[in-house]
Design a protein around this ligand. Structure first.
Ligand code: RFL
Ligand code: PHB
Length: 396
């Protein structure tokens, strides 16, 4: 039982990733108070290297929420990408194809901006909590329990709880047994990502198909590059000294007349790749959002954007529910899953087109190259890729 002081809030939020932080901000703008708990430290959340690409719709959402001051100054607008395969690098011009672009602005920066905005307006954020639990989810008064950094066990009575605690969180496992359907695919490869102290060698992101495996050249600023390599799913980062990483990047991006600049590696890590969708995204007064409910492989740059679009829908659904109109809350799961499945398909498709599958026959590589030639020569195919990459919103 809780021994500390009981608290009361309208929405209890678990997780200070982009989903939880943006939700607490959007709720505050609707006059709804929240308590947000996070088991990591603020510094850890602000430093965790992750996504880098914001869809046009995500930028608009942040702008409308008054959160885009630094994004508008420092974000780098990109009107396309390069696809590299069979020794050629071809440009897809998203602006020309769809009239839209994307913005390179790191998730770490989005998280810093969100935390700063919540702290500045007196938002209740608790970092470094432990023992998070949710209970009484099928009642009108669900409970959020946690132990504060100082060791006080705390119980918060809520009107609703938002599970924004990522793939490994506690909220999804709190659904009653048998209620959730999970659809999952693990891919037979992983991404090794590096942050390098060197100006990007390219003006747009390069997605490279190569017999050794996929490679991606992204960036963080005019002075910082972010690069990824397809590696084995059980690869150990210790087996990848910096020289080996650069040698492999040089091989996979090689193009006559073009040079990949190298520099000190500031951060490196290996991430497994999976597609995962769990439904429904709601049980009683518990609503899941972002990676807590679904994961996409990063090839389509969709995970962060999906997390943000979930909470945009959730903020309105909760405002309705707490104001006595449950219709949008009742539609929440179906509304989100429509877009989730579109992005799940797109991310799987990009991943399958660009990665070398271990043990695959020569037919697979030939099919990938045929598809890559198609999306870089047919305006219809290129437009479909561009529409999805820059952000497709299924009709509601
Ligand atoms: P997060 O960011 O995982 O945040 C969840 C938070 O919940 C906390 N937590 C708990 N707190 C309290 N109690 C507990 N019991 C808790 N359990 C967990 C965690 O500490 C954490 O702070 O989920 P959120 O907010 O849903 O955001 C999702 C995004 O982080 C994720 O989808 C993206 O990073 C995916 N992703 C990309 N998405 C894009 O849109 N564009 C990209 O370019 C892109 N690139 C990427 C990516 C993810 C990558 N990795 C490392 C998985 C590139 C990579 C390499
Ligand atoms: C990144 O910059 O981290 C990034 C960009 C595009 C992706 C994945 C990650 O598809």
């Amino acid at each position: 039982m809780a021994s500390g002081p009981d608290l009361r809030t309208q929405v209890g939020i678990v997780g200070a990733g982009p989903a939880g932080l943006l939700l607490s901000h959007l709720l505050a703008q609707r006059g709804i108070d929240s308590v947000l708990v996070e088991d990591r430290s603020r510094a850890y959340c602000e430093a965790r290297q992750r996504a880098g690409v914001l869809e046009a719709g995500s930028v608009t959402l942040l702008r409308e929420a008054g959160l885009a001051g630094r994004l508008d100054r420092e974000g780098l607008e990109h009107g396309g990408i390069y696809l590299q395969f069979a020794g050629e690098r071809r440009h897809l011009d998203f602006q020309d194809l769809t009239g839209r672009s994307v913005t390179v602005y790191a998730q770490t920066e989005v998280v810093k901006d969100l935390i700063a905005a919540r702290v500045a307006t007196g938002g209740h954020l608790e970092f470094e909590v432990s023992g998070t639990e949710v209970a009484d989810l099928d009642t009108g008064r669900p409970l959020l329990r946690y132990t504060t950094r100082e060791g006080t066990r705390t119980e918060v009575a809520c009107d609703a709880i938002a599970g924004c605690d990522g793939f490994h969180g506690i909220c999804r496992p709190s659904f009653p047994a048998g209620l959730l359907t999970a659809v999952e695919r693990e891919y037979p490869y992983a991404w090794l990502g590096i942050l390098a102290d060197v100006p990007p060698s390219t003006d747009e992101l390069i997605y490279a198909h190569h017999a050794h495996g996929f490679a991606l050249h992204s960036l963080r600023s005019p002075l910082l590059s972010r690069l990824y390599l397809q590696v084995e799913p059980d690869d150990d980062i210790a087996a990848w000294p910096d020289e080996r990483i650069w040698a492999e990047l040089q091989t996979r991006f090689a193009l006559p007349g073009w040079e990949l600049k190298e520099g000190p590696i500031l951060d490196k890590g290996i991430t497994p790749m999976r597609s995962f969708v769990s439904s429904p995204m709601r049980y009683g007064r518990l609503f899941l959002a972002g990676d807590a409910a679904h994961i996409v492989p990063p090839t389509g740059a969709k995970g962060l954007n999906l997390a943000m679009s979930d909470v945009a829908v959730l903020a309105d659904a909760l405002a309705g529910l707490l104001g006595g109109d449950p219709r949008r809350a009742d539609a929440y799961s179906d509304t989100c899953l429509d877009r989730v499945w579109r992005c799940t398909h797109f991310s799987w498709w990009m991943t399958s087109m660009l990665h070398a599958t271990p043990g695959a026959d020569t037919m697979e590589a030939a099919l990938q190259l045929a598809q890559l030639r198609y999306v870089t020569t047919s305006r219809a195919a290129a437009t479909s890729l561009a529409e999805n990459y820059t952000g497709y919103q299924p009709p509601r």
